[in-house]
Design a protein around this ligand. Structure first.
Ligand SMILES: Nc1ncnc2c1ncn2[C@@H]1O[C@H](COP(=O)(O)OP(=O)(O)O)[C@@H](O)[C@H]1O
Ligand SMILES: [Mg+2]
Length: 423
């Protein structure tokens, strides 16, 4: 058996192909209308059928948190329930590790749900007459694991979610947040490769919700599961998702990282959706930088060459790197280099300004803004390992990005930077 690989050479855990799900009796008619491009509303009116999902195509990679986001009714639950076939797709295929889930028999499906994909629901789904330990062990009990074995695993899972000591309690004695942690522990105890989480944190109040998100990220760091996480909360999507898929009326609007979605929204809908996001904590140096800037090599390029290069490029300064490894060293300015040339100096070293800020490509706008005030240089984006120059974020591009934010704090920084910004 071959392992499914994505374009980016990632291992594909789940692949959904042309998946459509229609609720209602006149499915065939609805499907034909859908093929001809009719809208969800038109199909509902004509056939009384609801389009839950319309021709969805996507892949979920091994070890990622794949967030499905959309407003209520956009088809998120319908979709996630097709992944383990709690919902029967009307058309299309769902592959799990190369195998087409839509062709499995009941027994195989049951095994997939018990051994391969655990589900965590919004309503915690705890059994009131069972203790917390028994609840956490319940998936394993269904699998027929011996008591001792399953309790050992459940205990470890409860410890992971921070509920050690509550084993003998009953669900009714616990808060919503704690109950949801039991639900999570149960899924973790199953130790399945895939976790399906449908609005798992949506019912929790904000502080507890944020706490659970942190907990999940901590746990994920350790267990590296493949998680499909559904939410209608954009902040939650951004916080948790390695990639986010945005849905509207059963249709996939866009799939990408939070940054990709913010910087290149695929539709007006997505644009409107992400309008209020706190961009300064998401947009990074990588998307703002000019990659592969012109540069000078400190040994090989002397003052004459530097002057020529600045003149042809029409710039007053250039970044300088170490000759072989391209490690960023600083900048030289035209005025200083002209002086060196007059003095017949052969090397750029004396003109080199080294006290300049540099950043890594994952620095956010929020982290970069304070670096621009009080100096005139672009921010050099350097590689984390060797300090190699990857690109430049000019103050202008940073300011253009930042002027989109209404923040008072940001305005002050821009004002300060503008005073000194001569680029
Ligand atoms: N069992 C059902 N029968 C008929 N329509 C349904 C059923 N379940 C969901 N729907 C409809 O399918 C669409 C998608 O619903 P759902 O997947 O629950 O959305 P979400 O989880 O994003 O809120 C909605 O229009 C909803 O009314
Ligand atoms: Mg739902």
């Amino acid at each position: 058996m071959t392992t499914m690989k994505s374009d980016e050479d990632k291992v594909v855990k789940l692949r959904v192909e042309d998946l459509t799900l229609i609720f209602g009796k006149r499915k065939k008619e609805a499907l034909e209308m859908l093929e001809k491009g009719a809208s969800k509303a038109e199909i509902l009116q004509k056939t009384k059928c609801t389009v839950g999902i319309s021709k969805a195509n996507f892949e979920v990679y091994e070890g990622e948190v794949f967030v499905v986001m959309g407003l209520s009714g956009s088809g998120k639950s319908t979709l996630i329930r097709c992944l383990n076939r709690l919902n029967e797709p009307t058309a299309g295929k769902v592959f799990f590790k190369d195998e087409d889930i839509t062709r499995k028999g009941n027994r195989e499906l049951l095994n997939i749900r018990r051994f391969e994909m655990s589900m965590v629901f919004q309503t915690f789904g705890l059994l009131p007459h069972k203790t917390i330990l028994e609840n956490a062990a319940f998936g394993l009990e269904l699998r027929g694991e011996p008591k001792e074995e399953r309790e050992k695993k459940a205990l470890a899972a409860l410890e992971t979610v921070g509920l050690k000591g509550y084993e003998e309690h009953y669900p009714s004695a616990m808060s919503g947040g704690m109950q949801q942690r039991v639900g999570l522990a149960r899924a973790l105890a199953n130790d399945t490769e895939v976790l399906l989480m449908d609005e798992a944190f949506s019912a929790l109040d904000p502080l507890i919700k944020s706490d659970m998100q942190d907990k999940l990220l901590q746990i994920q760091e350790k267990v590296q599961k493949t998680i499909v996480f559904i939410t209608h909360d954009l902040d939650e999507a951004i916080k948790l998702g390695d990639r986010i898929m945005i849905m509207k009326d059963g249709i996939i609007e866009q799939i990408g990282s939070a940054e990709e979605i913010l910087t290149h929204p695929a539709s007006e809908y997505v644009e409107a959706f992400v309008e209020k996001v706190d961009r300064k904590t998401i947009i990074t140096a990588e998307s703002l930088m000019f990659p592969k800037p012109s540069l000078l090599r400190v040994k090989k390029d002397g003052p004459m060459r530097a002057i020529r290069k600045m003149q042809t490029e029409g710039v007053k300064f250039l970044p300088v790197v170490e000759d072989e490894r391209r490690t960023f060293l600083g900048y030289v300015w035209l005025n200083d280099v002209l002086e060196l040339a007059e003095k017949k100096e052969m090397s750029l070293e004396k003109a080199l300004k080294t006290e300049v800020p540099s950043v890594y490509s994952d620095y956010t706008v929020e982290e970069m803004l304070p670096l621009i005030s009080g100096n005139n240089y672009p921010l050099a984006v350097v590689d984390k390992q060797g300090g190699r120059l990857l690109g430049l974020v000019t103050q202008t591009s940073l300011i253009i990005e930042a002027t989109r934010y209404g923040d008072e704090e940001v305005k002050q920084l821009i004002k300060k930077a503008n005073k000194t910004n001569r680029l």
